[in-house]
Design a protein around this ligand. Structure first.
Ligand code: ADP
Ligand code: F6P
Length: 319
């Protein structure tokens, strides 16, 4: 294996840069040439590819986003687009590929792997919605951002005696809401995985108010639906004034936490080690604090389990 390609795909996640840096430096350390592929699978189709050196990845470990840029590339899903990508891989002499992204990107990587391109996947998504790994790169940075927002909103919530609803990202996964809600001391955490009882949320508001509580924080995962409608129903049922904050893309940026940088550095290093030792078609992950590598197919087929016991702790601590 002489030439390794690296790309970032799908929704960006803080820590992707640390992962690229690790792939580039580990490859060079081992005497391999390393190519940065721009804008996800687009770069593979258009040949938007640049050789990386040690300086290419200087001063990026602490930066959010991805300097290789990312994209959602529909063309790659077509037969024609995929063929173009295979051709570019051949022309550039790419012997192995590292794909950093979420489950969509893993599907693309799996196709390349099945077509004979040695490929290793690294999980990057703030949603943390991939079942085979305890944590994906970017998740804890997003959680830190939400916890910071909760603390700030709690101040104004208490000043005005309001119920504040904070909508967080996650698609169909409630992990950002669960982890940030627990860490931020939210009164209610609303996630798609657990049937949501508006009356229970309202009871908590009334109970809190009766015992002199001034603030009320409700963290709601985007997969639930319309936060404004939830707010309206709460106002009608409790008489409490509500405000909704949709945190949005602020959760996708910012300097990655040390944890995200560390797992990105470890996984980038491992991805190159695996390719150089002739392994391919693997997805890297973290299970019980250990780095694991399993077949991409198995990774894609592992159902995400919601941590109900953590959810219950959140409920107990917010009585
Ligand atoms: P994420 O990787 O964050 O889950 P997406 O689901 O948008 O993001 O997927 C990123 C990209 O991966 C897509 O734009 C597409 O280029 C590629 N991809 C997704 N699904 C497939 C698929 N079934 N076959 C081939 N490529 C895919
Ligand atoms: O998958 C990551 C994610 O940030 C989701 O939480 C969110 O729903 C979605 O991407 C937003 O995607 P876009 O990049 O299209 O705004």
């Amino acid at each position: 294996m002489k030439t390794i390609g690296v790309l970032t795909s799908g929704g960006d996640a803080p820590g992707m840069n640390a992962g690229i840096r690790s792939v580039v430096r580990t490859s060079i350390y081992n005497g391999a040439k390393v190519l940065g592929i721009k804008q996800g699978f687009n770069g593979l189709i258009n040949g938007d590819i640049e050789e990386m050196n040690l300086s290419s990845v200087a001063d990026i470990i602490h930066r959010g986003g991805t300097f290789l840029r990312s994209a959602r590339c529909e063309e790659f899903k077509t037969e024609e687009g995929f063929k173009k990508a295979l051709n570019v891989i051949k022309v550039f002499g790419i012997d192995g590929l590292v794909v950093l992204g979420g489950d969509g990107s893993f599907k693309g990587a799996q196709k390349l792997s099945q077509a004979g391109v040695p490929t290793i996947c690294i999980p990057c998504t703030i949603d943390n919605d991939m079942g085979y790994t305890d944590f994906a790169i970017g998740f804890f940075t997003a959680v830190e951002t939400v916890v910071d927002a909760i603390s700030k909103i709690r101040d104004t919530s208490a000043s005005h005696g309001r119920a504040n609803i904070i909508e967080v990202m996650g698609r169909e996964c409630g992990d950002i809401a669960l982890y940030s809600g627990l860490a931020g001391g939210a009164e209610s955490i609303i996630v798609p995985e657990i049937e949501f009882d508006i009356d229970e949320v309202c009871r908590k508001i009334i109970h809190g108010r009766n015992r002199g509580k001034l603030h009320h924080i409700i963290v709601l995962a985007e997969g639930i639906g319309n936060a404004y409608e939830v707010g309206k129903e709460i106002e009608e049922k409790t008489g409490a004034e509500t405000r909704v904050t949709i945190l949005g893309h602020i959760q996708r940026g910012g300097t990655p936490t040390a944890f995200d940088r560390i797992i990105a550095s470890k996984m980038g290093h491992e991805a190159v080690d695996l390719l150089l030792s002739g392994e391919a078609g693997k997805a890297l992950g973290i299970k019980c604090n250990q780095l694991i590598s399993i077949d991409i197919e198995e990774a894609l087929n592992t159902k995400k389990e919601f941590d109900k016991s953590m959810y219950e702790i959140g409920k107990i601590l917010s009585i």
